[in-house]
Design a protein around this ligand. Structure first.
Ligand SMILES: [Zn+2]
Length: 475
């Protein structure tokens, strides 16, 4: 990954001298020297990508930029039909946020000979307090383009670039930067059924949800699959692998144990594009910590759905279930039930997946578990005279609701202010032919942690950046 991190101060702010600001950003990426718990971005990517993404010092350029003027125009060539006029007193007017980036790109090449198109991610660090006070910014902690903003290739960048804005108030929170960079890779938010606190970033098991736990984590299974880091499920099951009432047993290793650790289920009464991912997670220090420390060493079986496709990858993942050993998850919207039978550090989780044909055990001597409560025939209370409950005493059944079932989720969130939603950008209209230059800006992903309820950014259509080619960071 090539990144360009460009801090710039506001008039009147007291900042350390430029050199030390640059060093602080470099420390954040490469040493973790002054960060909370001594974590740094390169190690975070290395950890969550299973060593497949390496951020090299030679691929990161940090520039201490001048103030972006209060108003102005971006130099030609530029993709806007309004002459490229911008203001720094509003995040909304004139599509200014994207134009600040273009202004800085022009400054970087002129002043340092640094070509921003050489970098996958152009990150602008905004002054502290900026997003909370400037009109239309809504107090975001981070924002990004959903996908690439430029498809320009250079000899050292065959992918293009995305834009990221990072609030100076949140510099140090690596999960926010990781989250925004992932938006550039066409990854949408990770939600729970019905959302939470009026936003759509509620899955505590994914960077794209980023709530609770210990404030830092890796991707959930569908995003790990989408980004290509763990692209081969340990098992893929369709209807033909899931005969009615006859549970299929699978072994699921812990997600951080390797590349092939999820189970992908299709069919079973789910909508056509829906993929149900089963994965097993437990806190793994120092970067994958979806749960509080008191749940260390507790394995959780997680269920997530993802409806994205190669043609339309920008689709929110939904956390639909989390169970512990000895419990059952039953999805009332499909015919699927799952039981987490046992756990072994060496061989992982023993799990059974079952497709229901009925809400209760109908035949008591056919060797099938029609209602998928993992009790067959006479074991099932339905088959015992006078009994009506489907569930054996002591057996916990969790009905898929998307709400975490672990009581342990602390409300800890280090996120800041409750930004506001998505700013709609009016797409610049066609411009007169001009030399290859940045393409019209695309929609911004919703800001990190919005508050008022609004729709998430519309799914992006085209050009599926089938995520970051592996090892792209290794030039
Ligand atoms: Zn986001």
């Amino acid at each position: 990954m090539r990144s360009s991190l460009i801090p710039h101060p506001l008039p009147g702010t007291t900042c350390p001298p430029p050199a030390s600001r640059v060093q602080r950003v470099l420390d954040l990426v490469f040493t973790g020297k002054w960060t909370w718990r001594n974590r740094w971005l390169a190690a975070y990517f290395d950890f969550c990508s299973y060593g497949q993404v390496e951020i090299l010092p030679s691929n990161v350029k940090v520039l201490s930029a001048p103030e972006v003027p209060c108003s102005g125009t971006i130099p030609n060539p530029q993709p806007y039909n309004d002459g490229g006029v911008f203001t720094s007193s509003s995040c909304e007017r004139y599509d200014s946020m994207t134009k600040w980036h273009y202004w800085l790109d022009a400054w970087a090449i002129k002043t340092y000979g640094v070509n921003a198109s050489d970098y996958h991610h152009r990150v602008m660090i905004l002054p502290s307090g900026f997003s909370g006070t400037v009109a239309g910014c809504g107090g975001f902690a981070g924002r990004a383009t959903a996908g690439r903003v430029s498809l320009i290739r250079t000899p050292v960048n065959n992918w293009g670039s995305g834009h990221v804005w990072w609030s100076g108030n949140n510099v140090g929170d690596l999960e926010i930067l990781f989250h925004e960079i992932a938006h550039n890779y066409a990854m949408a938010h990770a939600n729970v059924v019905g959302g939470c606190n009026t936003n759509d970033q509620c899955d505590h098991t994914c960077i794209m949800g980023g709530t609770g736990g210990q404030g830092i984590r890796c991707f959930n299974a569908p995003h790990n699959w989408q980004v290509g880091w763990a692209s081969k499920p340990v098992r893929e099951l369709g209807d033909s692998d899931l005969p009615y009432g006859n549970p299929t047993a699978v072994r699921i290793p812990a997600q951080m144990n390797g590349l092939n650790t999820s189970v992908l289920v299709k069919g079973g009464g789910m909508p056509t594009n829906r993929k149900l991912f089963l994965s097993v997670r437990l806190n793994v220090y120092s970067y994958d910590l979806p749960w509080q420390f008191w749940d260390d060493n507790v394995p959780f079986l997680l269920m997530h759905t993802y409806d994205g496709t190669d043609g339309n990858p920008y689709s929110t993942t939904v956390f639909v279930g989390e169970i512990r050993v000895g419990t059952i998850w039953r999805d009332n919207k499909s015919n699927i039930s799952v039981r987490f039978d046992s756990w072994s550090k060496d061989s992982g989780a023993a799990v059974r997946i079952c497709r229901r044909s009925s809400g209760e055990e109908r035949e008591c001597a056919d060797g099938l578990d029609e209602d998928c409560n993992f009790l067959t025939d006479i074991e099932d209370l339905n088959c015992r005279a006078g009994a009506s409950s489907e569930t054996k005493a002591g057996e916990a059944v969790v009905v898929g609701s998307g709400r975490p079932t672990s009581p342990s989720r602390g409300p800890v969130s280090r996120r800041t202010p409750p930004p506001r939603p998505l700013l709609k950008q009016s797409p610049p209209s066609p411009r007169p032919p001009s030399p290859p230059s940045p393409r019209p800006p695309r929609k911004l992903a919703p800001p990190r942690k919005p508050s008022p309820p609004r729709k998430p950014s519309p799914p992006r259509k085209p050009s599926p950046p089938r995520p970051p080619p592996r090892g792209l960071g290794r030039r």
